[in-house]
Ligand binder design. Structure first.
Ligand code: MG
Length: 261
């Protein structure tokens, strides 16, 4: 899957000198204390999109379309997902609806009850999956929460997202949790006003250029981009250049946050 922006391009835009090997980590920590760190959840704290990719691969294989290639079916599913999300928001129910829509639109006939049950099972396999936090996330959050205020900022179905947070065991690290219907500039402005965030000392941390990085920069915040190899295609976007006096950092791993905060 294509990365939205090559790391070198982002690094060249950074208004700070990246730490060198002989620069002690403590120096960086001393520079940034008492920040408000807003964390994305899916594919930043825990795996998420890989389960959807597996379900989609199983769906495409099940459909086994006589005319359309696998790539064409996938393209059509993306179109269905765009339409469903616009009408019904994010979440597993919307994903299930998109799979059924895609099946009906690409097949000559509506799904039989047996086929419908099979399609439902692809979406259900995601809900039943065990939570897998990304490497060193729990210990990094535990360290960061000693010096900073941590707020979870995710989008999607509130019940699904809070259930995942509970099952991940990461909830005690956050002083507040926000589940938004969409993460756009206005949503970030409302959220930062509600939590009395000083924008100069607030950072949005996430894997999605479209939902985490670009709208946060537009809302006057700083941002930390931590790419994930399997970021959802609907979240891809070219990363904007940070406005003057705002900072954008790209990190390879979640634990690298401890070099800066
Ligand atoms: Mg994410």
């Amino acid at each position: 899957m294509q990365r939205p922006c090559p790391p070198a391009a982002i690094l060249s835009q950074l208004p700070y000198a990246p730490p060198t090997y002989n620069q002690p980590v403590k120096t960086d920590r001393a520079q940034l204390r008492n920040q408000t760190l807003l964390f994305d959840a899916d594919d930043t704290l825990w795996e998420n999109n890989i389960y959807f990719e597996r379900a989609i691969a199983a769906f495409i294989s099940f459909l086994d379309h006589r005319v359309h290639t696998d790539e064409e079916v996938r393209e059509h599913l993306n179109t269905c997902e765009h339409a469903t999300i616009a009408k019904h928001g994010y979440g597993l129910k919307s994903f299930h609806r998109s799979l059924v829509d895609c099946f009906e639109q690409l097949s000559d006939e509506p799904p039989t009850p047996e086929k419908h049950a099979r399609i439902v099972s692809f979406a259900d396999s995601i809900a039943e999956h065990e939570m897998e936090t990304l490497p060193r996330v729990a210990e990094t959050l535990a360290d960061l929460q000693q010096r900073h205020r941590l707020i979870l900022v995710t989008k999607g179905n509130p019940e699904e997202q809070t259930d995942k947070l509970f099952r991940s065991g990461l909830a005690p690290h956050f002083s507040a949790v926000e589940v938004l219907p969409e993460k756009h500039e206005a949503a970030y402005r409302t959220l930062t006003a509600r939590h009395a965030c000083d924008t100069a000392h607030t950072w949005m941390i996430g894997n999605s250029p479209k939902s985490d990085i670009n709208p946060a920069l537009a809302a006057g915040l700083n941002a930390v981009f931590i790419p994930h190899d399997f970021t959802w295609v609907l979240e891809h976007e070219t990363i904007d250049q940070p406005p003057a006096n705002q900072r954008l950092i790209e990190l390879a791993t979640f634990a690298d946050l401890l070099h800066h905060f």
